[in-house]
Design a protein around this ligand. Structure first.
Ligand SMILES: [Fe+2]
Ligand SMILES: [Fe+2]
Length: 158
C-alpha cells in the first residue's frame, strides 16, 4: 500500500501533466473542455481530501501548524482562481491568461508541499500513522469526487 506521500505526489504528477497539456489547447475546443473537466474535478477532490486526511492531523500538532495554515490558505486562493476559470468563457483570450496564472500558483503550491511540507509532516505525524492517513485520504477523495460531480451537475442545470 502506497504511503500518503506517494499518493499525494502521484496526484500532483497527474495534475502537472494535465496542466502542461491544457496550456497547449485553443479556444472552446473539445480537448480543452475535457482536460479542464478532468483537472478541475480531480484537483477539487484532492484538495478537500488533503485538508481532511493530511492537514488536519498536521494542524493538530503545534510543530505543524504554520505549514498547515499556509497550505490551507493557498487552497482557498487556488479555489477562487478555479472558480474564476469556470466563470470565464473558454473561447476568450482571458481564459488562457488566467489558466497560466493558476498553473503557476498551483505548481508553486505542490512543489512547496513536496519539498517543504512533506519533510515536516514526516517528522510531526510519524511513519506509523502514514498508512492510516493514506487510507483516509483515498476514502475521502472518493466521497469528495462524488460531491464535486453532483455540484457540477447542479451548475450545468442552472
Ligand atoms: Fe494542497
Ligand atoms: Fe496536494
Amino acid at each position: 500500500m502506497p504511503t500518503i506521500y506517494e499518493k499525494l505526489k502521484s496526484d500532483h504528477d497527474t495534475h502537472r501533466d494535465l496542466l502542461a497539456k491544457l496550456v497547449e489547447t485553443e479556444g472552446n475546443s473539445d480537448e480543452r473542455r475535457e482536460l479542464w473537466k478532468s483537472f478541475y474535478y480531480d484537483v477539487s477532490a484532492h484538495a478537500a481530501a488533503e485538508e481532511v486526511a493530511f492537514y488536519s492531523p498536521l494542524l493538530a500538532e503545534s510543530d505543524g501548524q504554520a505549514e498547515g495554515r499556509h497550505s490551507v490558505a493557498e487552497h482557498k486562493e487556488l479555489d477562487d482562481l478555479l472558480q474564476e476559470l469556470n466563470d470565464t468563457d473558454m473561447s476568450s483570450p482571458g481564459w488562457l491568461t488566467r489558466l497560466r496564472t493558476m498553473k503557476d500558483r498551483y505548481e508553486h503550491h505542490i512543489n512547496e508541499e513536496e519539498d517543504d511540507i512533506f519533510p515536516v509532516a514526516k517528522d510531526v505525524i510519524g511513519a506509523d500513522r502514514s498508512g492510516e492517513i493514506a487510507a483516509e485520504f483515498a476514502e475521502r477523495k472518493k466521497e469528495e469526487r462524488t460531491l464535486v460531480d453532483e455540484k457540477a451537475e447542479e451548475a450545468l442545470k442552472d
